[in-house]
Structures are given as structure tokens and as C-alpha cells.
Design a protein around this ligand. Structure first.
Ligand code: ADP
Ligand code: MG
Length: 315
């Protein structure tokens, strides 16, 4: 079983009357991508700031690699890389100069730092732009250098706070691929976003945060099942094969709640589409019906958020 690399215990942060974070507890397993998904103002950045030892919790604590963010910030900082929401780069320095500068801030230097800067430029896909000034970079390229800064000291755990906001689709794709590649190389990632598609694509587990509270936590499948959502399985079939007998037989398959035929498509409402699929295919085979197309529409996190809060994620 994987170890918990991070654990938070009832974290609170109050700014005057504003209870920005109201008792957050969760754990992150070594090797996973964990996303905090929530709308603007939910408390994502405040949580990340406490976990990075930049803000002191009003109450509660968190441990990273067993070290308390309150008691042992130096040990914590060794383990984590932080990619802040706000870009922290010097516009008039080149990409390489920025990385060298930040590496020195982490106490790195000499040939080891130069080599690491090269590796990081390679990782973020900007080696060929190393000698250009940051002010000539697109928003997406700046974001990638910003991520590079967070990776310099080879952290075991990296925090990425909304790294794709306000950039073009290609850069966004680039960053999502980078997160996946880093994770495959063994990096644990805490990712925050208000885009449910990103949380859905990247995460092993997702915590949904709203008004400073974790309102749900689990894998995508657990979260969507929690609200009693069902999958819709669509089977494309030759129109002449679409008989009431076929629809009735498919309707008898375990887990199927509803079966309807319409213009060469049988639409089935199913508790778990993937689980029901083998038997659905068996039934069509037995009835000599050729299935031309299969689509499973899984419920999404937008629906979960709506169910839990009565609001849309992007309000
Ligand atoms: N330094 C601060 N001083 C006062 N209020 C703050 C501060 N930082 C954040 N807040 C407030 O805390 C709440 C959570 O903000 P934040 O953590 O930035 O949310 P998110 O990152 O999810 O958008 C918001 O109401 C925000 O206005
Ligand atoms: Mg934020």
C-alpha cells in the first residue's frame, strides 16, 4: 500500500471575518495526482499557501513527509515544489536566467544547477527558447517556465495552483500532458482547478471544495456514483434489426433501468455502463444483431457539484 505523503488535519484560515478555509482534512498518497476542484473563491489558493508554509493556519495542521507545516517548515520546503497561481518571473531576464535565479534561491549552484536547468527546460519543452527574455513569451510559455521553477530542486510532491487559467488551448494541452508525464516518472501532484474536465482527466482522486469546505472526496467513479448518477449506454445497430424484442431483451440485463430504441440507436440507462457492456453484447449476439457503434456517456463532476450545492461550478 502506498504511503500518505501529505495529510491535513482540520485546517482553518480566517482573514478577519472571512472564513476562507473552514476545516479541511484529506490525505494524498505517494504517487497520485490529487485535484482540489472548486469555483473561484472556494479556498484553493489559501489551502495551498498553508501547505507551502506561506500562510500560517488559524488552526489545524498539515504534515508532509511526516513534517508539520507549522513546526518544520524547512523540512517541508525541501519536499515540495510550488507552482503559484500568480506567475513569479523576471520579465527582462531570459528563461534560463530566471531558472538559475530561482535555483540559487533554493540554495542550488554551480554545474549541478546548470545541468538541472537544462533538464527542466527540456521537461517543460522550452529548451530552444532558453536564451529569450520572458517578456517575449506567450502566457502559456510563461506558465511552463513557472512550472519549471517548481521542479528545480526535484521535489517529491508538487503543488500546481490553477496552472492553465488564461492560456491558449495548445499550451493547456501541453501542461496537462506534462503533469501526466511527471506523474508517470513518480512525482506526486496536488493540482487545483475550477475546470472539471481537467480534474476528471488528470486525477486519481478529487476533492471538491466550496466555501472553504471539502464537500466530497473520492475517485471520479466514487463521486459520480455517490449522487446516484447512472451511465447512458448507446448501441448503434442496423435500423432493420431494431425490434421490440431486442429492446425488451436488453432491458432485462442486470443494471439496466431503462431501454429505448430510436433511429438505429438503442439507448440504455445503466447503473454502471462498463460493467453491463459484456452482457449487452452477448444479448445482441444471441439475437444476431450487429452493433455498429458503442458509446458510454459517464456522468461528470459538473453534475456532482450541482447535486451537492445547487449551483453550477462556473457561476
Ligand atoms: N490575503 C487575503 N486576505 C483576505 N482575504 C483573502 C486573502 N486571500 C484570500 N482571501 C479570501 O479567501 C477566500 C478564498 O480565496 P482563495 O483561497 O484565493 O480561493 P480560490 O483559490 O479557490 O479561488 C476568498 O473569499 C478570498 O477573497
Ligand atoms: Mg486561487
Amino acid at each position: 500500500m502506498a504511503n500518505m505523503i501529505l495529510e491535513t488535519q482540520d485546517l482553518h484560515k480566517q482573514f478577519g471575518d472571512n472564513h476562507a478555509v473552514q476545516g479541511i482534512s484529506f490525505g494524498i498518497l505517494e504517487g497520485e495526482v490529487f485535484s482540489l476542484l472548486g469555483p473561484n473563491g472556494a479556498g484553493k489558493t489559501t489551502t495551498i499557501s498553508m501547505l507551502s508554509c506561506l500562510l500560517t493556519p488559524t488552526s489545524g495542521d498539515a504534515t508532509i513527509g511526516g513534517h508539520s507545516v507549522r513546526q518544520e517548515p524547512q523540512a517541508v520546503k525541501q519536499l515540495i515544489g510550488v507552482v503559484p497561481q500568480e506567475i513569479a518571473l523576471y520579465a527582462t531576464l531570459t528563461a534560463r536566467e530566471n531558472l538559475v535565479f530561482w535555483g540559487q534561491m533554493y540554495g542550488m549552484g554551480g554545474a549541478a544547477l546548470r545541468q538541472r536547468v537544462d533538464e527542466v527546460l527540456e521537461t517543460v519543452g522550452l529548451k530552444d527558447r532558453a536564451k529569450e527574455r520572458i517578456e517575449t513569451f506567450s502566457g502559456g510559455m510563461k506558465r511552463r517556465i513557472n512550472i519549471g521553477v517548481g521542479l528545480l530542486h526535484r521535489p517529491r510532491l508538487v503543488f500546481m495552483d490553477e496552472p492553465t487559467v488564461g492560456i491558449d488551448p495548445q499550451s493547456r494541452r501541453n501542461i496537462l500532458d506534462m503533469v501526466q508525464a511527471l506523474n508517470e516518472q513518480g512525482m506526486t501532484v496536488l493540482y487545483t482547478t475550477h475546470y472539471m474536465e481537467e480534474a476528471q482527466e488528470l486525477s486519481n482522486r478529487i476533492g471538491i471544495i466550496d466555501h472553504g469546505k471539502l464537500i466530497a472526496l473520492g475517485t471520479l467513479a466514487e463521486l459520480t456514483r455517490m449522487v446516484g448518477q447512472e451511465d447512458v449506454v448507446e448501441l448503434g445497430i442496423d435500423a432493420e434489426h431494431s425490434s421490440p424484442e431486442l429492446v425488451a431483451a436488453l432491458g432485462q440485463v442486470a443494471g439496466v433501468r431503462q431501454a429505448l430504441a430510436e433511429n438505429g440507436t438503442v439507448r440504455l440507462v445503466v447503473a454502471d455502463g462498463n460493467a453491463a457492456l459484456p452482457e449487452l453484447m452477448l444479448v445482441t449476439n444471441q439475437m444476431n444483431v450487429r452493433v455498429t457503434n458503442v458509446a458510454i456517456q459517464e456522468p461528470n463532476l459538473e453534475a456532482v457539484f450541482l447535486h451537492l450545492t445547487g449551483r453550477a461550478l462556473r457561476d
